[in-house]
Design a protein around this ligand. Structure first.
Ligand code: SF4
Length: 617
């Protein structure tokens, strides 16, 4: 008899690092019914267990690793999501990762792992089928993220175990350090690796051998057959992602003039063909790869075969690193991008923020705000690929000027001063993904309101704008479209389905899949409501931290500085039309004109005005 519905392991593992203790507790059935899993349960626990204004790098922050009903099952899915307060942005954060770490955790008996407090000396956590043990990791401190994986596997005598771990960037509290799992899959954005480093937790190793039961296995297998057919027949999942992966977007973005270049001053990279997906496949791709049970194979394993970076191996680069290590620093050397990305992986940090930080410094350098005296002698000119690589190494180790950029673009601009703040590009402290909002008006709205800052994943409206499903330059109708997408993708993050399957997992398919996994009756409206509530709860967390309308915007230069070339030439974000879009979005969300969820919306979450400091700041 299941305490919780099928497809759940049924337990939470709580680890208190200062006490050196791990304890299990049942996963409450009510929690599952209300929030399903993944981002839903993670956000609920984060909101309720974190006090307002805690230091993200202090012992009171928590890392809440949450799996979903799809994790560990035969349905194509991602891995896990980790929720925490971000040291980069100071607000809500959730970062998801593919690979098999989440599956292993769930098969070890845990739907959720909560880590809090701080160990006195470096440790790692070893979870072996429901048993958890905290082990000394002093010998691992100072090791990079890739070798740490190998050492722990050898130490535990099993190459099949899964290890989530940090690199040197996490140990040195680089604000955008990430957590790696499998070879180099990452919970990448917003700095979960720094939180792990602040707790002196080097790694979490897991072995899980328990099968995951689902509610209706025969029907699920039948459903899977149909789903796999749809995956094959759908252009994105059947052809584009398997062949090109996300780098397939490089051509489209450049042809539309929205590929962020020269630190957000241009929308077209000269010679972008040298770093596009076709060139990648011809020169460096050695293997296609997929997450556990996924037939899409969107990931590419590459190896540099000649030149100064020969031997560099990587799972990537993806679209986002091609933009951030290629477009932003005006670097069209594909092998140098691979080297820079590989370095980010081994140091254990988010290449998206790292590339933004270096390109921001190049912009400052170009304008005489900083000189080589500030940058330890490194000539930070646009196009200097060696300068890019050197500065990434410095960031990950927090040496010299790297120590400034390790704080992220917003904080680095404040430290540098002398007008650097007018150049800095971020929303709520998070550097944007690679889609220029001046040529994609839905992106302008989506990144402004996303729960963790300038995030492309909460709404993914860029896909629909860039492939022409909706008019990319129109403002009208974008708020409603974004709301629908955000709710669907919040469900994906709650179930731990991958959003790259967005053309396959419509709301009807998501509902059917969920019912077959968990066994209780759902309908599209109820499922969508769980997505909506998750979004509102993340917003409530942020409002409690002081976020409101004033923060749902872009740096001033996006309203004033037109894109200079390409198909989006002359485009800016029109301030009044942006404000109208924002008003419409707030109205549809029920957030009030200052972006604060209404009494009714808070009531749905079990929160009240006046409690939890949710009044307008
Ligand atoms: S589409 Fe790609 S990222 Fe998503 S689950 Fe499949 S292989 Fe993993």
């Amino acid at each position: 008899m299941h305490e919780v519905p099928p497809s759940y392991a049924g337990k939470i593992l709580r680890v208190d690092l200062s006490a050196g203790k791990a304890a299990t507790e049942p996963l409450p059935r009510a929690l599952v019914k209300q929030w399903l899993g993944g981002k839903g349960i993670g956000t609920y626990l984060l909101y309720n267990e974190l006090k307002q204004y805690i230091d993200p790098l202090g012992p009171d922050n928590k890392l809440i690793f949450a799996t979903g009903p799809a994790t560990g099952t035969v349905l194509p899915h991602k891995g896990y999501i980790v929720c925490y307060k971000s040291p980069l942005t100071g607000i809500y954060a959730s970062s998801s990762s593919g690979g098999s770490f989440g599956d292993e955790l769930k098969r070890a008996g845990f739907d959720v792992l909560i880590v809090n407090e701080r160990a006195r000396k470096p440790v790692y956590l070893w979870i072996d089928d429901e048993r958890a043990e905290i082990r000394n990791a002093e010998h691992l401190w100072g090791r990079d993220a890739l070798e740490t994986n190998d050492i722990i596997k050898e130490e535990l005598g099993d190459v099949e175990i899964k290890v989530a771990r940090i690199g040197i960037a996490g140990e040195r509290l680089v604000k955008f350090a990430s957590i790696l799992n499998d070879y180099s899959r990452m919970a990448g954005r917003c700095g979960p690796g720094a939180v792990m480093g602040s707790k002196n937790l080097k790694a979490i190793a897991v072995r899980g051998t328990n099968p995951i039961e689902v509610a209706k296995i025969d029907e699920l297998i039948e459903f899977m057959r149909g789903l796999l057919e749809t995956v094959k027949e759908t252009p994105s999942t059947g052809t584009a992602y398997p062949m090109w992966g996300t780098p397939g977007g490089v051509n489209v973005a450049n042809l539309q003039g929205v590929f962020p270049t020269r630190y957000w001053h241009k929308g077209v990279l000269q010679g972008f063909e040298k770093i596009n997906a076709e060139t990648m496949r011809r020169r460096i791709v050695i293997k296609d790869k997929a997450c556990y049970t996924c037939p899409v194979n969107c990931s590419k394993i590459v190896r540099v075969k000649q030149g100064p970076y020969v031997g560099s191996v990587l799972e990537g680069p993806d679209y986002e690193t091609l933009y951030t290590l290629g477009g932003l620093p005006e670097n069209n050397d594909l092998e140098a991008i691979v080297k820079a990305h590989e370095l980010c992986d081994s140091l254990g940090m988010d290449a998206m923020t790292a590339g933004n930080a270096v390109a921001f410094a190049m912009d400052c350098y170009d304008r005489g705000i900083i000189s080589s005296k500030d940058t330890d002698g490194v000539e930070l000119t646009f196009g200097n690929k060696e300068g890019l690589i050197q500065m990434i190494e410095k960031i990950g180790r927090r040496t010299g000027f790297g120590n400034v950029l390790a704080e992220g673009v917003r904080a680095a601009a404040r430290i540098i001063g002398r007008g650097a703040e007018t150049l800095a590009v971020h929303v709520k402290g998070l550097e944007p993904a690679g889609y220029d909002p001046r040529g994609l008006k839905g992106v302008a709205l989506a990144f402004a309101v996303a729960d963790r800052g300038a995030c492309h994943l909460t709404g993914s409206i860029y896909t629909y704008e860039m492939r022409g499903d909706i008019d990319r330059l129109a403002y009208e109708g974008k708020a409603a479209h974004l709301k629908e997408l955000e709710e669907r993708f919040a469900i994906c993050d709650t179930m731990i389905f991958c959003r790259f399957m967005r053309d396959v997992y419509d709301l009807k398919t998501l509902t059917k899949a969920t019912e077959l996994l968990v066994g209780f009756r759902l309908n599209e409206r109820k499922l969508r409501l769980i997505g909506e509530k998750t979004i509102n709860l993340a917003r409530a967390f942020n409002v409690r931290e002081g976020i409101s309308r004033k923060d749902d915007t872009w740096p001033e230069r996006f309203f004033k500085e037109p894109l200079p070339d390409g198909a989006s030439k002359g485009q800016v974000i029109d301030k009044s039309r942006f404000a109208k879009m924002l008003n419409e979005y707030y109205r549809l969300r029920g957030w009030g004109e200052n972006g604060i969820p209404s009494k009714e919306k808070l009531g749905e979450l079990g929160l009240n005005y006046g409690s939890q400091h949710l009044e307008t700041p």
